[in-house]
Structures are given as structure tokens and as C-alpha cells.
Design a protein around this ligand. Structure first.
Ligand SMILES: C[S@@+](CC[C@H](N)C(=O)[O-])C[C@H]1O[C@@H](n2cnc3c(N)ncnc32)[C@H](O)[C@@H]1O
Length: 229
């Protein structure tokens, strides 16, 4: 990792063709360098605040926020958890594959449970229908969460619960894993009555002046069929 790579962009953690283990290693170096949180400060990376605002919309009062169980997927150093905590969410778990990122997150004392794991096609050690909401901010990209992660995301969310995905909009086209696949898979899952789309909004200036896209889905009762796996 070059000395100032992270300060201008996050490109080195999104290099095409790099296996996920190498992506995780790069995040580990970034976290250890103590630059990660500075490089992704709120002025340049708005994913966490956008994500927390969206989740909060669907839990509009104190009681709902106090009782809701939230899973922060690709939690990184805990930025999303911090924002959710500010909004009085009490029960937040983190799923994150990179141990060094989790060390940063752990210091903040935000998360109830930590799962050191990837979200991909494999079944997580989380029971079905456990969460009222799951949120992904910045976890989509080259070598990051693959399309197959959507099924597992749905499995761990309760019927009626909310899935929020905030990502760079151009990745829908520039990342081979997502091009002509990610959104079609989202709509296919909707066609199968696993979830229903509540929003697909563009957000200018999401990260490093790039436009973001926010997807929000409500998991449906019928999703149970998928959860019998
Ligand atoms: C840019 S950080 C975002 C962290 C945090 N969500 C935020 O918005 O500040 C991306 C994170 O995604 C994690 N990640 C990459 N691939 C993943 C996968 N398949 N499942 C879960 N997390 C993944 C990385 O380890 C990294 O911590």
C-alpha cells in the first residue's frame, strides 16, 4: 500500500481481480496504519451517515429503536454503529471479516455481538429471522460482498424487517460481479416474494464526490421458503 493511497480514494481496496483474502489483508493494513478513519472521515465518505439516517426512518420512535435488533454488515471500524448509537439504537451486532477492522470497532463499545465473517453464499452462524434490520454501507465493490450474499441477508432478517444497502452507484456497472447481475438478482428476489423494494435513491457526493445508490427492501413473510435451507 502506497503511503497516501487511502487519502485520495479507496481504490486499492477495490482492485479488480484481487481475491477477497487479499482485499481483507489490505483493509487490515489500512486499519493498522491508523489512517483508515482519517481517510474515510465524514467529509469524504458519507455512507455511514446516509445508512443510519435511512435505517432510522423505518424506526421512527424511541421505543422501536430501543427494541430493534440491527446487524451492521461489513461493519469495518464501526462508523455505522456509531451513527446508529447516536440515534438511540441499542442492540447492534457487527459482521466483518477483517480482524484489524474489528479491533477498531471493538474499542468503541458499540456492538453487542461481533461475527468475524464474510457475507457471501455460505450460511452464517446466525439463526434465521433474527434481525429487525440489516444494513450494508460501503460493503459492496470489487472483491467485496457478492450477489450471493443477498440470500443470506434476507435469511437473517425477520419478515417485516428492513434491508438497507448503500453503495457507489457506478459499481453497478463497473464491477463485473454486479454488472447485469446485482440489480436483476434484487428484482428476481422481489419476484419470488422474498422482499419488496421500498426505495432506490441516488445520493450525490456519497464517497469521494461519487454518487451513491441506496436500496431499501422490506423482507416478506413468504421469504420463509428461502429460509428452510
Ligand atoms: C469501506 S469499509 C465500510 C465499513 C463501514 N460499513 C462503513 O461504512 O464505514 C468496507 C468493509 O467491507 C468489508 N468486507 C469486504 N468484503 C466483505 C464481505 N464479503 N462480507 C462482509 N464484509 C466485507 C471489509 O473488510 C471492510 O471492512
Amino acid at each position: 500500500m502506497a503511503e497516501d493511497e487511502g487519502s485520495a480514494s479507496n481504490d486499492f481496496a477495490h482492485e479488480p481481480g484481487v481475491p477477497r483474502e487479499e482485499i481483507t489483508r489490505r483493509y487490515a493494513l489500512w486499519a493498522q496504519s491508523a489512517k483508515y478513519e482519517k481517510d474515510l472521515r465524514e467529509e469524504v465518505y458519507k455512507g455511514p451517515s446516509i445508512a443510519a439516517d435511512v435505517v432510522a426512518e423505518y424506526f421512527p420512535n424511541e421505543n422501536l429503536r430501543k427494541s430493534a435488533r440491527i446487524l451492521d454488515v461489513a461493519a469495518g471500524s464501526g462508523f455505522v454503529g456509531e451513527k446508529l448509537k447516536e440515534k438511540n439504537f441499542q442492540t447492534i451486532d457487527a459482521l466483518e471479516p477483517c480482524g484489524q477492522m474489528l479491533q477498531l470497532a471493538l474499542k468503541k463499545g458499540i456492538y453487542n455481538h461481533i461475527f468475524q465473517s464474510y457475507l457471501n453464499g455460505h450460511v452464517l452462524e446466525i439463526e434465521a429471522d433474527h434481525y429487525d434490520a440489516a444494513v450494508i454501507s460501503g460493503g459492496m465493490g470489487e472483491g467485496h460482498i457478492p450477489c450471493s450474499g443477498l440470500d443470506e441477508l434476507i435469511r437473517v432478517i425477520k419478515p417485516g424487517g428492513i434491508a438497507t444497502i448503500v453503495m457507489r452507484e457506478e459499481y453497478l456497472r463497473s464491477v463485473a460481479e454486479y454488472r447485469d447481475r446485482l440489480e436483476p438478482r434484487m428484482w428476481e428476489l422481489e419476484g419470488q416474494r422474498k422482499w419488496r423494494r421500498l426505495a432506490r435513491d441516488l445520493v450525490p457526493g456519497y464517497s469521494f464526490q461519487n454518487t451513491g445508490v441506496v436500496f431499501v427492501f422490506r423482507v416478506l413473510e413468504e421469504s420463509g421458503k428461502l429460509k428452510g435451507r
